[in-house]
Design a protein around this ligand. Structure first.
Ligand code: CP3
Length: 338
C-alpha cells in the first residue's frame, strides 16, 4: 500500500497522503547542525549525507513521501554551468547571448548529477515500500530564469527581455534544458523514484500567448519523454493563475497548485487528474492553531479522491515544528468514513 501512488491513480485511499515541499532541511534543527560542518553543496553532492538529509524529516514526521535532497541547480554542472549558493543560486557566467547557449553541453545520461541518482537509489533502498520516493527537477523556464538572470531577481526582467528580443535563442536554451531534464528525471525513475516532481516556481512571468508560443513546446516535450519511462509526473506551478488551464492540459498525472488557487475548483474542472496542495506556507508560521484550522478547511473543501495534501509552496525556514505536527495530526485524524 502506497497512499501517494494510490492518490495519483485516483484510487480510494485509507487516508490522504501528505508530504511537504522542501521538507528536507530548512526548518529542522538537525539539518542546521549538519550545515555547521558541511556546505549545502557538500551535503547535496555526497550521497551518504544527501540520503541522510532526505530521511531526516521522516524520522520526525510520518510523511508519505521522501524527496531526494538536492537542488534544481544540481544537474547543471553536467551542462558546463558553474554556480554557487549565496544562499540562492548565483551563476558565474549568466547566459545572455548565442555563445553562452552554444557553450551548454549535451551531457550523456550517466553524466547528469550521478550523485543525485545514487542518493535516490539509497533512499529507495532505505524507506519502506509504503513511503514513496520522489525525484525532481526544475522546469526548463525556471532554470532558464537563474541562468539568464544569474540569480533570483524579482520578476526576472532580463529573462523577459531575452524572450522578447531573442525568442529563437531562448528556444534553443529551453530545448537544451528540456532534453537534459528529461534525461535526468528518467535516470531518477530508473534509480527507484516512484514519482517525479517538476518545479516551475517562476511559471507565471509571461502572458498566456507568449507562454504557449515560447515555453509550452519545451515543457511538453520534456514531460512526454519522462512519461515514456512510466513514472508519474507531478507538475508544480507557482503564481500563474492565468496559465492554470494550460498547465492542466500538459501531460502530467498531478497538478500541484499554490495557495492562491481554489484547489477544489481545479479538481472539479479536471476530473481524472490528481491535485496536490495547497496550504499557504506562511500559515504555519502563525502556529499550530491556524495550521490545524487551514488543514481542516482544506480537507473539508477538497474531495479526498485524488488529493495529495501539501503546502502551496516550500516550507519556510522559521516554521515551528509544532505547526507541522498540527498539520500531520489533522490529516491523520480525518474521519475515514467521509
Ligand atoms: O524538498 C526538499 O527539501 C528537497 C530539496 C530542495 C532544495 N531546493 C534544497 C535547498 C528542493 C526541492 C529545492 C528546489 C528549489 N531550489 C526550487 C524550487 C522550489 C521553490 O522553492 O520554488 C528553487 C527555486 C530553488 C533555488 C534555490 N536553491 C534557492 C532560491 C535557494 C535559496 C535558499 C532556499 O532555501 O530557498 C536554494 C538553496 C537551497 N536548496 C537550500 C536547500 C535546503 C538552502 C541551502 C542552505 O542550507 O543554506
Amino acid at each position: 500500500m502506497n497512499l501517494l501512488l494510490e492518490a495519483i491513480r485516483g484510487e480510494p485511499v485509507a487516508r490522504r497522503p501528505l508530504w511537504i515541499m522542501r521538507q528536507a532541511g530548512r526548518c529542522l534543527p538537525e539539518y542546521r547542525a549538519l550545515r555547521q560542518s558541511h556546505s549545502f553543496k557538500t551535503l547535496s553532492g555526497t550521497p551518504d549525507l544527501a540520503a541522510e538529509v532526505s530521511l531526516l524529516p521522516l524520522k520526525r514526521f510520518p510523511f508519505d513521501a521522501a524527496i531526494v535532497f538536492a537542488d534544481i541547480m544540481s544537474p547543471l554542472p553536467a551542462l558546463g554551468v558553474e554556480f554557487d549558493f549565496a544562499p540562492g543560486p548565483v551563476v558565474a557566467d549568466p547566459i545572455r547571448d548565442p555563445s553562452g547557449v552554444d557553450r551548454l553541453r549535451s551531457p550523456d545520461p550517466d553524466e547528469v548529477a550521478p550523485e543525485v541518482i545514487e542518493t535516490v537509489r539509497r533512499v529507495r533502498d532505505t524507506v519502506p515500500p509504503e513511503v514513496a520516493v520522489l525525484g525532481f527537477c526544475g522546469a526548463p523556464w525556471t532554470l532558464a530564469a537563474y541562468l539568464v538572470e544569474g540569480r533570483g531577481v524579482k520578476d526576472f526582467p532580463m529573462l523577459r527581455a531575452l524572450a522578447a528580443a531573442e525568442p529563437r535563442l531562448l528556444g534553443t536554451l529551453l530545448g537544451k534544458l528540456s532534453d537534459a531534464m528529461a534525461t535526468y528525471l528518467t535516470a531518477q525513475a530508473h534509480a527507484g523514484a516512484d514519482a517525479v516532481q517538476v518545479f516551475d516556481s517562476w511559471a507565471g512571468l509571461l502572458s498566456l500567448a507568449d507562454w504557449e508560443r515560447l515555453i509550452r513546446p519545451h515543457l511538453e516535450s520534456m514531460l512526454t519523454t519522462v512519461g515514456e519511462a512510466g513514472v508519474p509526473r507531478i507538475l508544480f506551478v507557482q503564481n500563474a493563475p492565468h496559465l492554470l488551464g494550460a498547465y492542466a492540459d500538459l501531460p502530467a498525472e498531478v497538478v500541484s497548485v499554490d495557495w492562491r488557487e481554489d484547489i477544489a475548483a481545479a479538481q472539479c474542472r479536471w476530473p481524472g487528474r490528481a491535485v496536490q496542495g495547497n496550504i499557504d506556507p506562511a500559515v504555519l508560521l502563525g502556529g499550530p492553531a491556524p495550521t490545524r484550522k487551514a488543514t481542516e478547511d482544506l480537507l473539508g473543501h477538497v474531495n479526498r479522491r485524488g488529493h495529495i495534501v501539501n503546502l502551496g509552496h516550500g516550507l519556510m525556514p522559521d516554521t515551528p515544528l509544532q505547526s507541522i505536527e498540527a498539520l500531520v495530526e489533522a490529516v491523520h485524524s480525518e474521519d475515514s468514513d467521509e
